[in-house]
Design a protein around this ligand. Structure first.
Ligand SMILES: [Zn+2]
Length: 342
């Protein structure tokens, strides 16, 4: 299955427009192949693209998967529109990350309890021992929700998602299980490649400086230090003290590049660069990373695999490493979808 953009007024691809409604829709939502009469298939609403894309990769044509938040949308701040609420109410199931990522959605999801099946994907899939704890003073939920940044951990969601999808479409259970096995193998190859790529960065430059704390799982999994100006959520503004502290770290280590995020105003990072310059060190913007949303719908970066590749290439190149060729299972996956591999 492939995502197609819903023909909805007001939706702009890649505009970063907050509050954009339904983004990805399955072209065959209401017609099973080979059948004359319209045969509705079960429908799922996923809050973020990172879940929608994985779910759609497993669902084939058996379940229609829609993503609620589009490219450039910050899930911490996202407030559902009345159309979103209607979409969730009419869905057969709602998949969300959980652990407080979708801060403002909590009340809506609570209100739908018992009416629509909801699956908090991360708590369902990832064992406690793998979770990074958060200071409850910084982030009330106590767990860092940015689990998609570690491909090994995110591949654990495949089991939970395929189970939930098979419950919705029992006739497709075998197909979904086969797709899950295939997709997991691609992710295993991707995970190894990310580690190999980061390992090419000179050791002293292995520091990932971003505006908000979305990369702790990435940092732990792939051997790079994370320096974030803001905490786990973007719900409060970065303070001058936060910026000063990060600037000190960048200047002291001589980090050559820092990164903006596609879901966050670059102002904070620009303030950081000013503060770094005041300390007599020159750093530059190394590129934009996909932190809490994927790239534009229909592009390579608009897939989970593509998002991880793009981030890893940007980080590796900006910090002085050499990006290795993609492993065959990943390259084949991209080519099968008509995406370039370099
Ligand atoms: Zn975040």
């Amino acid at each position: 299955m492939r995502f197609e953009m819903a023909e909805k007024p007001g939706f702009m691809v890649g505009s970063g427009k907050r509050g954009a409604a339904a983004v990805l829709a399955l072209g065959l939502a209401f017609a099973a192949p080979g059948q004359g009469a319209a045969q509705p298939v079960p429908s799922v609403v996923a809050t973020v693209g990172m879940i929608a894309d994985v779910a759609a990769s497993l669902a084939g044509e058996c379940v229609a998967v829609q993503a609620m938040m589009g490219p450039g949308t910050d899930p911490h701040l996202y407030r559902p529109t009345s159309r979103d609420v209607r979409m969730m109410r009419e869905a057969d199931a709602i998949f969300h990350v959980g652990f407080g990522l979708e801060g403002a959605l909590g009340d809506v999801l609570d209100g739908l309890q018992g009416r629509v099946t909801t699956l908090a994907v991360a708590p369902a899939a990832v064992p406690e021992a793998e979770l990074l704890r958060a200071d409850p003073e910084d982030f009330a939920y106590g767990v860092d929700p940015h689990l998609w940044m570690d491909v090994r951990l995110w591949s654990m969601t495949v089991a939970a998602l395929s189970e939930a999808l098979s419950d919705l479409a029992p006739d497709c259970a075998d197909e979904i299980a086969a797709a899950a096995e295939d997709y997991r193998a691609r992710l295993a190859a991707l995970h190894a490649w990310v580690g190999d790529s980061i390992a090419t960065i000179p050791e002293g430059h292995r520091a990932l400086v971003t505006a908000h704390d979305a990369f702790a799982y990435y940092a732990r999994a792939y051997g790079i230090d994370e320096v974030a100006i803001q905490g786990l959520s973007t719900e409060s503004e970065a303070s001058i003290a936060d910026i000063r502290e990060a600037a000190e770290a960048v200047a002291t280590r001589g980090v050559p590049a820092v990164f903006i995020e596609t879901t966050i105003n670059p102002r904070t990072i620009e303030a950081l660069l000013d503060a770094v310059r005041n300390r007599g060190h020159a750093a530059r913007i190394g590129g934009a990373l996909y932190s809490d949303a994927m790239g534009d719908t229909g592009t390579r970066d608009g897939t989970y695999i593509g998002m991880i590749i793009a981030n890893t290439r940007t980080i590796t190149a900006a910090l002085g490493g050499t990006v290795p060729d993609l492993p065959a299972p990943v390259a084949q996956w991209l080519e099968a979808r008509g995406f370039a591999i370099d």
